[in-house]
Design a protein around this ligand. Structure first.
Ligand SMILES: [Fe+2]
Ligand SMILES: [Fe+2]
Length: 289
């Protein structure tokens, strides 16, 4: 068992609400592709987050460390609110013609095939739990990287609808806040390097594939596609203006995550995330009621 004591913050869910009534089709002004890349998060995150909640819930009875247990319970609460907050947008996106249903249904199928194996017993069941925890730790590495990116991306201010910006920065900040939890849960329950490395590489390619596939689907369904510039020009423009991260993140993060002594707390200070959570309109409103 590995212990880690340096970053002992308390992790609490914030019961946020968002109002999407006046959200336009391209809520990143003049940037359809950057908007759809952001939409991919709304569509794909809920399934992934629910699978991680299930993995950490299944691991809880095995954890006797009080601090880690508290963090896991906080993590589960935060991820449950993340998944419903993104899901609340699906109807709005559907009304705009983007047809999120096929992506959601395929992801449900994929997650069900990959994560649900109710018939396993004994050692096989435990090994399967370790596998799900390792995959959760790897996915959480990417959500923390993306979370830090949205907190640092000053270009988003003024370019993104303010309620949407609050959603992605609140979520990103909580991802940074709880970045250690799935990793620590995996290290406590299993801790094997080979499993962590293998699932780390798998998660990178899985995410890249899902992003490309889902963005293409949304772009094809965009009712204004005929009036837009060819998508690679939009993509380059969005990256150049700092409105979306470059795909290089997927590859540069692999060697970092594969280091034997890697721990998420090495990813830098938490200051910006905690400061944002103290200022976020949705988090403030949640704290007030
Ligand atoms: Fe999340
Ligand atoms: Fe997370």
């Amino acid at each position: 068992m590995e212990t880690y004591q340096d970053e002992a913050i308390s992790i609490t869910p914030r019961d946020v609400q968002f109002d999407w009534d006046d959200l336009s089709l391209h809520y990143i002004e003049g940037q359809p592709i950057a908007t759809h890349i952001t939409n991919v998060m709304h569509i794909t995150l809920p399934e992934g987050e629910r699978a991680m909640v299930q993995a950490l819930s299944d691991a809880l009875p095995l954890v006797n460390d009080d601090r880690l247990r508290d963090e896991m319970i906080g993590f589960i609460g935060q991820e449950e609110i993340h998944s419903t907050s993104h899901e609340d947008l699906h109807d709005h996106l559907d009304r705009q013609g983007l047809d999120t249903g096929p992506i959601v249904r395929k992801l449900e199928w994929l997650v069900d095939r990959a994560f649900n194996r109710p018939n396993l017993r004994g050692r096989a069941r435990h090994a399967w739990l370790c596998e799900r925890l390792a995959l959760s730790a790897a996915l959480e590495h990417y959500t923390a990287v993306m979370g830090q990116w949205v907190l640092d991306a000053d270009a988003l201010d003024g370019a993104v609808h303010p309620v949407m910006l609050d959603l992605i920065r609140w979520h990103g900040a909580e991802e940074v806040e709880h970045r250690n939890v799935a990793f620590d849960a995996y290290m406590y329950v299993d801790g094997g390097y080979f499993r962590r490395a293998r699932t780390g590489v798998m998660a990178s390619f899985l995410l890249l594939g899902i992003f490309a596939w889902a963005t293409a689907h949304l772009y094809r369904n965009d009712p204004t596609r005929g009036e837009q510039r060819f998508w690679p020009f939009q993509l380059v423009d969005g990256i150049r203006k700092g409105l979306i991260p470059s795909g290089a993140h997927f590859f540069t993060e692999i060697p970092t995550y594969l280091r034997r002594d890697f721990h998420p707390s090495q990813m830098g200070p938490l200051d910006k995330a905690l400061r944002y959570l103290a200022q976020s309109p949705a988090a403030q409103a949640a704290a007030a009621h």
